[in-house]
Ligand binder design. Structure first.
Ligand SMILES: Cc1cc2nc3c(=O)[nH]c(=O)nc-3n(C[C@H](O)[C@H](O)[C@H](O)COP(=O)(O)OP(=O)(O)OC[C@H]3O[C@@H](n4cnc5c(N)ncnc54)[C@H](O)[C@@H]3O)c2cc1C
Length: 286
């Protein structure tokens, strides 16, 4: 591992001045479950690592206020998976957080780190996409809210600007009943990154939101507003054709060691059908 300096700012202003001084040579550290691996294998070679966990605005917190649930960036997966408000309003996010790594990882891995790392296989990304989350980013120029659909660019790259960090993720509380689920497929049982990770949300108007990752350079959201997918009486062929359209942007990499493109495509369709069925069932079951 290449030697690096370590800073642990206790205010945002302090963090901004370090980021300004070091530019691209600085890397933020939250739980470290992605970054430490990259430091060890040399794919990240920062001059300074900036630990964000002592900054009050980023400290672990889940708050329900003004029509939304706000999850601060350093909130870890185990807290999200067990939080009663997340489980009630955003069950697909709770389910996604519950399958990240093993318990030791879930006690360190943060929501901010999961999305800022921008792996196409990030398990919380599809749930955040179907729930229409906003990413709250701050920099020395101020605060901006980035719709999650505008956040991911490609593997390892987001639309965060240099010197910006994520303080929180905001989820609008659903205005009516919904049914949702997160599903994924891994190479083996137990702990593994997803070959396909997918979330589905159905609302009382029959609108179906499907988001999927690990089948292209970034996670993608696709929406059926026709009501066909969620309609129990609709023709199976019409549903299959619609799902094909919704998955048209999937482009699994042929170079991946985790699964072939053919396998990922087949699993995407299988999980998609299952997820719609489960989400519709949950909506009906209240
Ligand atoms: C054994 C193992 C199993 C895993 N299993 C899974 C899995 O099943 N599913 C899954 O999705 N992931 C998995 N991961 C990956 C990892 O645990 C998650 O992506 C985790 O959520 C990363 O969070 P972190 O706090 O550890 O991030 P860190 O490693 O601290 O940071 C990750 C990246 O985000 C940046 N960053 C962190 N916080 C901020 C912020 N507030 N603002 C701006 N940038 C920031 C860092 O600079 C870095 O580039 C696994 C990792 C390991 C080691």
């Amino acid at each position: 591992m290449q030697p690096f300096a370590y800073a642990r700012p206790t205010t945002l202003a302090e963090a901004f001045s370090i980021l300004q001084a070091y530019g691209r040579d600085a890397r933020l550290l939250a739980g470290g479950t992605d970054l430490i691996i990259r430091l060890r294998d040399g794919t990240a070679r920062p001059t300074i690592v900036v630990d964000v966990k002592r900054i009050p605005e980023l400290r672990p917190a889940i708050r329900k206020e003004a029509g939304r649930l706000t999850i601060s960036a350093t909130t870890v997966m185990s807290e999200i998976a067990s939080d009663e408000r997340v489980r009630r309003h955003f069950v697909a996010l709770a389910e996604a957080a519950a399958v990240v790594g093993a318990v030791q990882i879930r006690n360190r891995a943060t929501l901010g780190g999961n999305i800022c790392n921008a792996s196409p296989a990030a398990d919380t990304a599809p749930a955040l996409l179907v729930y229409g989350a906003d990413i709250v980013a701050v920099g020395s120029a101020g605060t901006r809210r980035i719709p999650i659909t505008d956040f991911f660019v490609r593997s390892g790259q987001t639309t965060l600007q240099e010197g910006e960090l994520v303080v929180a993720i905001e989820l609008p509380l659903p205005s009516g009943p919904t049914g949702a689920v997160h599903l994924r497929r891994t190479r083996r049982r137990g702990h593994d990154l997803a070959s396909v990770t997918l979330a589905c949300l159905v609302d009382a108007n029959g609108v179906t939101r499907l988001a999927f990752g690990s089948v292209g350079p970034r996670p993608v959201l696709s929406v059926d507003s026709s009501g066909v997918l969620a309609d129990g009486a609709a023709d199976d062929d019409a549903k299959a054709a619609l799902l094909e359209e919704m998955f048209a942007s999937a482009s699994p990499s042929p170079g991946s060691m985790r699964a072939s493109p053919e396998y990922r495509s087949a699993m995407l369709r299988l999980l998609g059908r299952r997820a719609v069925g489960t989400a519709v069932g949950r909506l009906a079951g209240g």
